[in-house]
Ligand binder design. Structure first.
Ligand SMILES: Cc1cc2nc3c(=O)[nH]c(=O)nc-3n(C[C@H](O)[C@H](O)[C@H](O)COP(=O)(O)OP(=O)(O)OC[C@H]3O[C@@H](n4cnc5c(N)ncnc54)[C@H](O)[C@@H]3O)c2cc1C
Length: 467
């Protein structure tokens, strides 16, 4: 994404090298085939978030720009003690009128705390009131939700949260609750698999891609360039660049050594500030046919098993296939705990979590795949008090102002966050590269209007480049 935006925004050709430790690019956006058939399933990111109802949605626009067809995803069911709760009438039948009133009141309070507009703007420092970001989620739940309502809410949000309420903030907890309200956002996926997003981007960028090439060290040279030391099949390389973007998720930041004490200290602080690991575990099962369709017709529902998990009808993404695919997305402590189980134990547990009326489905199982994603996402993206954007992206701005970090942990733990982060840094670098052309002769200052207005550059930085 960063390479795509850099080439789009720069006013002259750039020479870009992409280092990827794996044999494929895409990381956690991965659409994979089962071993017994060409049918695919999502290994990582399952859906994309659509904010377009409340403002400009850069990811939606990018998907459209790349010509990728999309499909809406919806799910209203929460299954508690075997009861399907899909609307307020179901809620009343399951828990009674008093609990329903408490739930309606909780929903009203959540909306009062974060309006759709605030939800939309929340990734930017000015988006939410500062005092709010800090407060822990548990006291809010204790205060406003009865034990029954709290259990319902936790079941509803646990798999999106990927952590426990005690480990996150009221803001992030409520964001994950309110995302189920269509006034706040909708969900969609890319027809043919979410990885098509990566493939389309890759086909449009002109970069040297080095696969199976792990970056080991980053440091600044005496001449002021940024050096990248990498290793691939026992061959070490040292390359020098004008700018370097470290596009690693939080749990991979320390796979690189940042030489020089000043930089190492800054990256250590950056790592520690965002160190709020959250976990996922995905179990995807292929069946001879979708035997559950009389019970679940939507893209997904939430089950009260594994502390609250999401059950996807993955086969709805592939109209026309006769087989059925169910995907269990387990999050938080349960995912961490269960990651130590064997694949066979996990497949058994997934099948056992289906409601009694679907028990016969076990006989239709053809193949099951497990993917463990421990520490792969953030329980508190942005940290306790999300800093200004330039601080998030440039941990050591004094001697390493050309070394940037981007990632979902700086925003919201989603692909929308990856895009916001990549676009911000790409815009910054592109504008820096353009600066000499906007420098007025014999003038010591550059009016801000001459600089890309989304860059948040400081006057000091502009003056420094001008000198
Ligand atoms: C199970 C699961 C479900 C999710 N569901 C959703 C969802 O529904 N919607 C959503 O928007 N987001 C979702 N996410 C989050 C989404 O997947 C991430 O936000 C996004 O993929 C992060 O992209 P990234 O490029 O920053 O990191 P990654 O995708 O992790 O890519 C990082 C890349 O860096 C490479 N690498 C690591 N170390 C080195 C090194 N030293 N040198 C070179 N290369 C290196 C890795 O091989 C990898 O390819 C989900 C995540 C998980 C785990």
């Amino acid at each position: 994404m960063a390479a795509y935006f850099l080439q789009k925004y720069a006013d002259s050709p750039l020479t870009i090298t992409l280092f990827e430790a794996d044999s494929r690019i895409g990381g956690k956006v991965h659409t994979q085939k089962f071993s017994s058939t060409d049918i695919t399933y999502e290994v990582g990111a399952a859906e994309l978030y659509d904010y377009s109802r409340n403002g400009c949605d850069s990811l939606r626009e990018l998907v459209a720009e790349l010509g990728l067809p999309t499909q809406p995803m919806e799910g209203w069911g929460v299954v508690i003690d075997g009861k399907w709760i899909g609307n307020l009438t179901d809620f009343r039948s399951a828990f009674g009128d008093r609990e329903l009133q408490n739930f309606i009141e909780f929903h009203r309070r959540a909306q009062d705390q974060i309006s759709p507009h605030e939800f939309y703007a929340a990734d930017h420092p000015e988006g939410l009131p500062a005092h709010f970001a800090n407060s822990p989620f548990v006291p809010f739940l204790d205060r406003f939700a009865s034990p029954v309502v709290r259990r319902y809410i936790q079941t509803l949000i646990h798999s999106d949260l990927a952590t426990e309420p005690r480990l996150t903030s009221t803001t992030y907890g409520l964001q994950n609750y309110l995302m189920n309200d269509s006034k706040y956002m909708q969900l969609y996926c890319i027809e043919g698999g979410n990885e098509r997003l990566v493939r389309e981007l890759a086909s449009r960028i002109d970069v040297e891609t080095r696969l199976n090439c792990k970056v080991e060290t980053v440091f600044k040279t005496e001449s002021g360039a940024i050096a990248v030391e990498s290793i691939s099949s026992d061959q070490r390389d040292l390359d020098e660049f004008d700018y370097v973007i470290v596009a690693l998720p939080h749990n991979h930041l320390n796979s690189v050594v940042y030489s020089n004490d000043r930089l190492a200290n800054a990256v250590r602080k950056h790592f520690e500030y965002y160190n709020h690991p959250a976990h996922y575990l995905r179990m995807t099962l292929l069946f001879e046919k979708p035997f559950w369709r009389h019970w679940m017709k939507e893209s997904y529902c939430m089950l009260d098993h594994f502390d609250g998990c999401c059950l996807y009808d993955e086969s709805l993404r592939q109209p026309g296939i006769t087989q059925g695919i169910l995907g269990w997305l387990v999050g938080g402590d349960a995912a961490e705990r269960m990651s130590h189980w064997s694949d066979e134990e996990l497949l058994e547990a997934a099948l056992d979590s289906l409601p009694k009326e679907l028990a016969h489905g076990k006989e239709l199982l053809k193949e099951g795949v497990i993917k463990r994603w421990i520490k792969a996402v953030s329980a508190l993206p942005g940290g306790n008090n999300p800093p200004p954007l330039h601080v998030r992206h440039c941990p050591e701005p004094v001697e390493h102002s050309h070394l940037f970090f981007i990632g979902d942990y700086l925003f919201d733990s989603t692909l929308n966050g990856v895009l916001d982060s990549a676009e911000y840094v790409a815009g910054w670098i592109a504008a820096n590269l353009m600066l000499p052309t906007v420098t007025p002769p014999n003038n010591s200052t550059i009016p801000f209007s001459n600089v890309h207005n989304s860059l948040h550059k400081t006057t000091k930085e502009v003056l420094h480049v001008n000198q």
